[in-house]
Design a protein around this ligand. Structure first.
Ligand code: CO
Length: 152
């Protein structure tokens, strides 16, 4: 396993704005990418990481919360409901936080590392992390969604 360099908004926003491509085959390279992303996320004390953030334009995401470790390949949000307003940050935007509005409940359908279709429903932080990381796959950063405190 390896700790990968994290692309930051200040160093290469143009890259972070690119759209990631679907994974068509789960190769050993994708499995190594997942392993390295988990190690990098933990090393950086983050709760989520998308492949684009380590320089790979593939639809691959890892998230770790109290609920456990989640590895998503080609994830899609298939249901969302409720609303949460909370502080959000990003390993690609170090040292900054902002208030965002996200759904409180989110269900993601994805492939796991064995190529099996999985569905995960998250609430609160996990729901927020799923939205945040999936946004990265389409070149969207949380900073695009920051609201002012007085907004409801
Ligand atoms: Co992020």
């Amino acid at each position: 396993m390896a700790i990968l360099n994290i692309v930051t908004k200040s160093s290469n926003e143009e890259f972070l704005r690119k759209k990631s491509r679907e994974v068509t085959e789960i190769t050993p390279r994708i499995l190594t990418l997942l392993d390295d992303m988990v190690e990098t996320m933990r090393y950086a004390n983050g709760c989520g990481l998308a492949a684009v953030q380590v320089g790979v334009l593939r639809r691959v995401v890892v998230i770790e919360t109290e609920e456990g470790l989640f590895e998503f390949i080609n994830p899609k949000i298939i249901a969302k409901s409720g609303l949460q307003k909370s502080e959000e940050g990003c390993l690609s935007v170090p040292g900054e936080w902002g208030m965002t509005k996200r759904p409180e409940h989110v269900t993601v359908r994805a492939l796991n590392r064995n190529g099996e279709v999985i569905e995960v429903t998250g609430h609160g932080l996990l729901a927020k992390a799923m939205c945040h990381e999936l946004d990265h796959l389409d070149g969207i950063l949380y900073t695009d969604k920051v609201i002012k405190d007085e907004e409801n």
